[in-house]
Design a protein around this ligand. Structure first.
Ligand code: 2AM
Ligand code: CA
Length: 259
């Protein structure tokens, strides 16, 4: 795989997509409800997905694309090179806050993450990682994370999961330094990768919420697993934990697997 050629193209596409999103703030958004009142899609989610798919197809016509809004291919397996994209991660934040959302794109080969990109559009921070080559924020290399314990670190948890105390998340939050919630799997994952959080947990994330963050997280020494400790499955929804190795072990055995 020609990583450098792909990297240059992806960076250009992400910046162009970000400009489209920023320009859209001057216009009225069209917002539709998907599965429930907090699961939204806007005209911009669709426009960005179509834009990225067109760019990928122009440069890599034989490669398959998995996209949240359904303009890509359908998948029964992850054989070959597969692009996984979420045009706007944190759509609810995009609509209500105009911040705390990200564009996410990943390249997998035979089910293994090769490249992951998460662009925090408002902060102008492009987080990216390449298999065995490290992770970066813009041009700056992210160090391997310090292996902090739960007690020593802040944790981010999906708000529904925390509010209903699923998987003993209340006790887990109390055992940590504190709980933080953003509402974008991508942004919360890059905060773990940058050492600002010890862990992020969410139930029911889709493959495109996971794909890019997993590459970046693993490049800085984080653990990225399902809530039962198994490997994530990018053909289905997963409850996930991304954490330092120490915090992961503690959270898994003392909270997630507790009856
Ligand atoms: P999205 O904005 O791309 O839908 C919010 O806690 C996080 O969970 C976001 O990253 C959001 O991604 C993701 N998520 C996954 N499935 C969701 C759903 N059905 N409703 C709302 N958010 C969802
Ligand atoms: Ca999305």
């Amino acid at each position: 795989m020609d990583f450098q050629k792909r990297h240059a193209l992806i960076k250009e596409w992400m910046r162009e997509a970000a400009s489209m999103i920023l320009a859209s703030f001057q216009e009225e958004l069209t917002v539709e409800v998907k599965t429930h009142r907090n699961d939204l899609v806007t005209n911009m989610d669709k426009a960005i997905e179509l834009f990225l798919i067109k760019k990928i197809q122009q440069s890599f016509p034989s490669e398959r694309i998995m996209g949240e809004e359904g303009f890509g291919n359908q998948f029964q397996d992850l054989k070959g090179t597969v692009w996984i994209l979420d045009p706007i991660d944190g759509t609810l934040n995009f609509v209500k806050q105009k911040r705390n959302f990200a564009i996410m794109l990943a390249v997998y080969h035979d089910g293994i993450g090769q490249m992951g990109y998460i662009y925090d559009v408002i902060e102008k921070e492009l987080y990216w990682g390449m298999k065995d080559q490290g992770a970066f924020c813009n041009e700056e290399k992210l160090p391997v994370v310090e292996d902090v314990s739960l007690k020593e670190g802040l944790v981010a948890i999906n708000s529904g999961m925390f509010a209903t105390n699923r998987y003993h998340t209340t006790e887990m939050g109390l055992a940590s330094s504190g709980v933080r919630m953003v509402g974008s799997a991508g942004i919360e994952t890059v905060h773990v990768a940058s050492g600002r959080l010890a862990a992020y947990l969410s139930y029911s994330l889709c493959p495109w919420d996971i794909a890019a963050g997993k590459v970046i997280a693993e490049e800085v020494g984080l653990v990225y697993k399902k809530l039962n400790g198994e490997a994530v499955d990018l053909l289905n929804n997963n409850g996930i934990i991304v954490a330092t190795p120490k915090a992961y072990q503690e959270i898994l055995t003392e909270y997630l697997l507790k009856k």
